[in-house]
Write a protein that binds this ligand. Structure first.
Ligand SMILES: [Zn+2]
Length: 358
């Protein structure tokens, strides 16, 4: 298993077990669909990851590779393997990854029954490449990523820079999923950025059949961003056009804002295994997101702070999601929707769609 992954037997601590038994297990559903899962062997990662890049993207040291086997091992330690009922897999989306080889690896295990896949796509890939992969493996969509656009300053990257027309055309043609990360554009964070929402609006105008997932609750990690952002999303698109995945959000209040204001049919549980296997937790100072990671492991990381009570990222996220659901009086069927049904419904719709070749 990747060296920094926390889940070797020695590093899964009593503290994690207690958190699991108290705050997670009682609310966990029998079936879990993980809509945000990264895999890729180490052979697709370049050996030349520079110091400068590591400082910029600490994910490069935590999770640039994880095989399917490692994923299932991690899932078993986290939740028990019996609960795995479906996963949407894709490669790690960094400049240092050989995407063509990584996509082949992801594709090789797709069965479109429990294992589904997205093509990790750079803006430089062309239609023919996408068609070929869809035909060969049955991929059900795309995962583009700002880091794959050849430009340095992420705060100036627009969606149209890293999501190409070719991608959109194919996604629309086969009614596929497009999972797009929103960063901070010109100071506007995630779904609270009018520039991004306007771009998404333009995408839907031209490509209405795309199924859009925005991960990490639209980057509304901080409640202030969630509150302002969800209002804007609803104003632009109504409350059920876009799907959001829960991965790496660790703020109970942000979850509550979504659950109270947005369609609960469109909120999907996601792990983000790799990065979520480290010990980490987001916290907010006002509307500014900070991340707690153990300083002894990431001494060079600008936001690292020592906190021995930080558990595994995915546990930190799930325990907050479950707290939010409890606070709102949600019942078992709501848990089932978020942990399994919503993703299953979305994916069935894509796989069974006639345009997908069935
Ligand atoms: Zn991810």
């Amino acid at each position: 298993m990747t060296k920094i992954v926390e889940l070797s037997n020695e590093s899964y601590k009593k503290y994690d077990r207690e958190k699991y038994e108290l705050e997670i297990e009682p609310y966990l559903t029998e079936k879990i669909f993980d809509v945000h899962a990264h895999v890729g062997p180490s052979s697709v990662v370049s050996n030349n990851i520079t110091e400068e890049r590591i400082k910029e993207r600490f994910e490069l040291t935590t999770c640039s590779s994880l095989t399917y086997e490692d994923y299932f091992k991690a899932f078993d330690i986290l939740f028990g393997s019996k609960r795995f009922s479906g996963g949407l897999f894709f490669a790690y989306p960094f400049k240092e990854i050989n995407l063509e080889k990584a996509n082949e690896y992801v594709g090789s295990r797709i069965d479109n029954s429990k294992i589904f896949g997205l093509i990790t796509a750079s803006p430089y890939h062309k239609k023919d490449y996408f068609e070929e992969l869809i035909e060969k493996y049955g991929f059900i969509g795309f995962k583009p990523y700002p880091d794959l656009y050849d430009f340095k300053d992420e705060s100036k990257i627009k969606i149209s820079d890293y999501v190409s027309e070719d991608m959109l055309y194919i996604a629309n043609k086969y009614k596929l999923i497009l999972l797009i990360h929103l960063k901070s554009y010109n100071g506007g964070q995630g779904i609270n950025s009018d520039e991004y929402l306007q771009e998404i609006h333009n995408i839907f105008e031209k490509f209405p059949d795309i199924k859009l997932i925005i991960p990490h609750m639209g980057r509304a990690h901080c409640p202030k961003i969630a509150e302002a952002g969800i209002k804007k999303v609803i104003k632009y698109f109504g409350n059920d056009k876009i799907y959001f995945d829960t991965s790496t959000c660790t703020q109970r209040k942000s979850f509550e804002i979504f659950l109270e204001n947005y369609s609960t049919d469109k909120i999907l549980f996601g792990n983000d295994i790799g990065v979520s296997l480290i010990r980490a937790k987001f916290y907010c100072i006002d509307d500014e997101k900070k991340v707690l990671v153990p300083r002894e492991k990431f001494p060079w990381y600008k936001e690292s702070g020592f906190n021995r009570d930080v558990s595994i990222f995915v546990y930190e996220s799930l325990s907050e999601l479950f707290k939010a659901l409890r606070n709102l009086g949600a019942d078992r069927s709501m848990l089932n929707k978020l942990m399994y049904d919503n993703s299953n419904n979305l994916i069935k719709e894509v796989v069974k769609s006639e345009s997908f070749g069935n």
